[in-house]
Ligand binder design. Structure first.
Ligand code: ZN
Length: 228
């Protein structure tokens, strides 16, 4: 199992030194806990730039069920909407992040470079969300599970993931037996090893072949950064 390396947020790291220096006073180091829900404003992390943490962007129904729209890791930014919509964040992998208050974020939106970087990521997030809609409508559970595991692996940069089947079912918006069958299929093909709430990706290339085209339709985080 690879060790989690301390790393910066790529969106922030790509900014010019001048812009980064202007943001620094408003960036607070925060540690995000596993399964922490991000839906209330006013914390230091109204706006979250993950470093080693990974956030699921979920839409919730009135009776508390939810389905995942996208995943945000060290490549991007997540904004807590404060109850304006049914979208919330859920921490999938605990770790470090930079937090910024909404007031500071709005101040820095005057910075063209920062605004452009955030806007570019928002477009990527919209593409991710649209792709997830297609995925949920047309692709099989094992294709979607393979895709989800690869998306996670690309953001935690580890082959071993701590995940219960119940949690996986909730992320994929399917019943738990469906995840059990899908995981068995991938395990029987020696792509993953699943045991006691821990999934190990054994053959990443085979897993990529097993997943739907949705995975290759989206840019992979860290492309060109040497952190893949
Ligand atoms: Zn798909």
């Amino acid at each position: 199992m690879a060790q989690t390396q301390p790393r910066d947020n790529l969106l922030l790291a790509a900014l010019s030194p001048q812009t980064r220096r202007a943001l620094e006073p408003d960036l607070t180091p925060i540690r995000q806990k596993l399964q922490q829900v991000l839906n209330s404003p006013g914390s230091p992390g109204d706006i979250v730039f993950p470093r080693t943490s990974v956030i699921s962007v979920l839409t919730q129904t009135g009776d508390g069920q939810s389905v995942e729209n996208a995943v945000v890791g060290y490549e991007g930014v997540f904004a807590v909407d404060g109850g304006a919509t049914n979208v919330k964040g859920l921490v999938l992998a605990e770790g470090l992040a930079w937090g910024m208050s909404r007031a500071a974020f709005e101040r820095h939106e005057d910075n063209h470079e920062f605004r452009a970087a955030v806007s570019l990521f928002e477009h990527q997030l919209l593409a991710f969300t649209c792709q997830s809609c297609v995925c949920q409508a047309f692709h099989t559970a094992e294709q979607r599970l393979a895709r989800w595991l690869l998306e996670m692996r690309d953001r935690v940069l580890e082959d071993e993931l701590s995940l219960t089947q119940e949690f996986l079912a909730s992320m994929l918006g399917v019943h738990r037996p469906t995840v059990t069958i899908a995981a068995r299929i991938l395990q029987a093909a020696d792509m993953i090893h699943y045991r006691y709430g821990r999934v190990t990706i054994v053959d990443r290339d085979a897993l990529e072949e097993a997943c739907c085209e949705c995975y290759s339709m989206l840019p992979r985080p860290g492309a060109g950064s040497g952190l893949r």
